[in-house]
Write a protein that binds this ligand. Structure first.
Ligand code: NAD
Ligand code: TYD
Length: 359
């Protein structure tokens, strides 16, 4: 029986942010959560162990490119809201193999939009009004900023640099096109870099924590001067619920934590936390493991989000500062080797993805 709960289809719910979203939405008691995920290398059901046996949570293994499977799930689960996170998400992988990004992020999103449109058209008028297709995107679609000025607003022009950000930019355009052309009620959000528990250990923060714990080099691209704007993943999950439920149809919302740091500052902060919590057996600081390596091609200099619109219109604010969120993250990796150690044993492909970090 559905009671008053709304059914949300979360795509990519076995990934880093998607699993935080599933945990958050289920914990509110306001939703039935249906997770559709292909389980690529980045998808991991172990990230959802908290929801094992939860009465309002279901998982389907499916590919968003498989329109018949998606149509079936939308209908069988009588979906009220779609939150679309499924994507190929790692810039370095997109440099080494761009086609998977085009397939999932562009073709997969348009396929999902088509299935969602058919489903939306089949609903009663009142349910059509409250239905939302929420596309979860990234600030990387705006390209990069100079080191010393500027922020991304919702009006910033799209200027993506990497195959990843180009594929996300394309998907944003298709989502808007489905709204303008067919009337599908969409909302979009563009968020800055996330960090926190269950982050796959090939991205900067979990890679550095895991390498430091294993006494391996900490790879810093170039001089470590590139700037990212960091947001704790649980703050993002709360923002996404706000956008999905309170965002205006056809609008996009920038989400960020006003926490710009250079990559070197991030790595140094992790080393300081680990020095205090898990001193190295042989003495010395984890800082001694820092290894400056060849820069990423087309490496965006700086990202910085202006979240004023989300704060003013949605009443959303992050609960963690970068310092509190990073400390929680380091503690989580210290306590949850059961989750990340098996992932490190898989061999990653691609030169920028080696586990030992140095290239
Ligand atoms: P992730 O790589 O950790 O997870 C992606 C999930 O999508 C995985 O579970 C994977 O199995 C699934 N998936 C991939 N291809 C699929 C397909 N064809 N069909 C169904 N499922 C598929 O990514 P993430 O970091 O959790 O990012 C989630 C979303 O948020 C992405 O759309 C990303 O662009 C966006 N985003 C990420 C960040 C960030 O810092 N990680 C910031 C802003 C926006
Ligand atoms: P990443 O976590 O890959 O996120 P994104 O590329 O989407 O911002 O990288 C964050 C920053 O850290 C980016 O500027 C690249 C840099 N970086 C390193 O310096 N070393 C690394 O090993 C990785 C993976 C990233």
């Amino acid at each position: 029986m559905k009671q008053a709960l709304q059914t949300v289809l979360v795509t990519g719910g076995a990934g880093f942010i998607g699993s935080a979203v599933c945990r958050h939405l289920a914990a509110t008691g306001r939703y039935r959560v249906v997770n559709l995920d292909k389980l690529t290398y980045a998808g991991n059901l172990a990230s959802l162990h908290d929801l094992d046996g939860h009465p309002w949570y279901r998982f389907y293994r499916a590919d968003i490119c498989d329109i018949d499977a998606v149509r079936h799930i939308l209908q069988a689960e009588d979906v009220d809201l779609v939150m679309h996170l499924a994507a190929e998400s790692h810039v370095d992988r997109s440099i080494d193999g761009p086609m998977a990004f085009v397939t999932t992020n562009v073709l997969g999103t348009t396929s999902l939009l088509s299935a969602a449109l058919d489903h939306w058209r089949s609903l009663s008028e009142s349910r059509r009004k409250s239905f939302r297709f929420h596309h979860v995107s990234t600030d990387e679609v705006f390209g990069d900023l100079p080191f010393d000025s500027g922020v991304f607003t919702e009006q910033s022009p799209y200027k993506p640099s990497s195959p990843y950000s180009a594929s996300k930019a394309a998907s944003d355009h298709f989502v808007r096109a489905w709204h303008e052309t067919y009337g599908l009620p969409v909302v979009l959000s563009n968020c800055s870099n996330n960090y926190g528990p269950y982050h796959f250990p090939e991205k900067l923060i979990p890679l550095v924590i895991a390498n430091a714990l294993d006494e391996r080099p900490l790879p810093v691209y170039g001089k470590g001067a590139n700037v990212r704007d960091w947001l704790f993943v649980e703050d993002h999950a709360r923002a996404l619920e706000a956008v999905m439920t309170r965002g205006e149809v056809g609008e996009s919302y920038n989400i960020g934590g006003r926490a710009e740091r250079t990559n070197l500052e991030v790595v140094e902060a992790i080393c300081a936390l680990l020095d205090a919590r898990r001193p190295r057996a042989g003495g010395g600081s984890h800082l001694d493991l820092i290894n400056f390596v060849t820069d990423r091609p087309g490496h965006d200099r700086r990202y910085a989000i202006d979240p004023t619109k989300s704060e003013a219109e949605l009443g959303w604010r992050p609960q963690e500062t970068f310092e509190t969120g990073l400390a929680r993250t380091v503690d989580w990796y210290l306590e949850n080797g059961w989750w990340w150690r098996p992932l490190r044993e898989q061999r990653f492909d691609g030169s920028r993805l080696g586990l030992v970090g140095a290239r």
